[in-house]
Design a protein around this ligand. Structure first.
Ligand SMILES: NC(=O)c1ccc[n+]([C@@H]2O[C@H](COP(=O)([O-])OP(=O)(O)OC[C@H]3O[C@@H](n4cnc5c(N)ncnc54)[C@H](OP(=O)(O)O)[C@@H]3O)[C@@H](O)[C@H]2O)c1
Length: 296
């Protein structure tokens, strides 16, 4: 049976990918902190799991949906860089290392952009805490410079799916009449349907010539104003009160999160995937939300 190893595979993205790969007939082995998974402290166990694996996908990282306190910041950093480092070292112990290693990264690595889209070739790296995390995460990953394992960092935009992520929070806002614009509504929202993320992974597996960084974002990012309008339309809600920045700041404090997650303008385009001929099943936000919100 072909084998895939997923680290941090018990979360939103990992559970979806695990199910999909199992349906394709793969044995899926998980590395993580939960009972029954191979533990991060077990370097030899991780190496053994990685022997002859077709692919390693690393998704591990403390959620960024929290206040950026000193302690949370340290955990956000270390839960990404240390896990990546353990995996790289484990691969080096393998006699037959995995063919492909996909490491999660984030489209947040690019700067706040309201003027032009960011691509892998012409995008500018931003500044600030979450950008520093992404930079260090990718550096830890690419510093391994492996000869027998192809390495790709997935710069993922906000992943949309039914079983987790941001959708439930937006649904609640829209349902209670609070689904208007956030901030001035002009910030870009780059997103990807979780099924397209899975299809991208299959595409990258098939194309042995691809390595480096890949923007995993739908080709049609939209402004927050359009995102909220589409959401309201699909949920048949005419009214959506706007949330100005000051209100979001109070709200974020109360629920223990940061406004950056809503207000940073992420305008990211999947230039490499498009050039390589990848076809998105959900290229527009209307396609994606109609599918995700159908019957719910
Ligand atoms: N979802 C998105 O929109 C999005 C967008 C861009 C990038 N990403 C990145 O993609 C990855 C997967 O996203 P997701 O939405 O599936 O995240 P998630 O649901 O929060 O899952 C992440 C997994 O990381 C592991 N983890 C959490 N805290 C950890 C810690 N302190 N130390 C070690 N492992 C820890 C957990 O696995 P165990 O409990 O099994 O250890 C958890 O299931 C994350 O790294 C995220 O930053 C996500």
């Amino acid at each position: 049976m072909p084998k895939i190893v997923i680290a941090g595979g018990t979360g939103f993205v990992g559970q979806y990918l695990s199910k999909k790969f199992q349906h394709l007939g793969y044995q899926v082995i998980l590395i993580g902190r939960k009972e029954g998974n191979i533990r991060w402290t077990d370097l030899m166990g991780i190496s053994t799991a990685l022997e002859n694996a077709e692919m390693l996908i690393n998704l591990a990282g403390k959620s960024v949906n929290c206040r950026y306190t000193t302690s949370n910041k340290a955990k956000i950093f270390s839960s990404r860089t240390e896990t990546t480092s353990i995996l790289g070292r484990a691969i080096k112990h393998c006699d037959h290392p995995p063919v492909l290693w996909l490491n999660a990264s984030t489209a947040t690595i690019y700067r706040h952009a309201e003027d032009r889209p960011m691509t892998e070739s012409s995008g500018e790296i931003g500044t600030g805490f979450s950008v520093e995390v992404a930079k260090k995460w990718e550096k830890t990953f690419f510093d391994f410079n492996l000869t027998q394992t192809r390495q790709i960092a997935l710069r993922m935009a906000i992943v949309l799916g039914t079983e987790g992520g941001v959708i439930q929070s937006f649904k609640n806002l829209v349902r209670f009449g609070l689904g208007g614009i956030q901030g001035n509504g002009k910030q870009y929202f780059s997103w990807i349907h979780i099924e397209d993320l899975f299809q991208i992974i299959l595409f990258l597996q098939k194309h042995a010539e691809i390595n480096g960084v890949i923007n995993c974002a739908a080709p049609n990012p939209i402004m927050n104003r359009i995102f909220m309008e589409t959401f309201r339309h699909i949920m048949h809600r005419k009214i959506g009160l706007p949330s100005p920045k000051w209100l979001l700041e109070i709200g974020a404090l109360l629920i223990g999160t940061e406004t950056e997650l809503l207000l940073k303008s992420r305008w990211v385009i999947p230039e490499r995937l498009t050039e390589l001929g990848f076809t998105f099943q959900f290229p527009t936000i209307t396609n994606a939300l109609s599918d995700i919100l159908a019957g719910r």
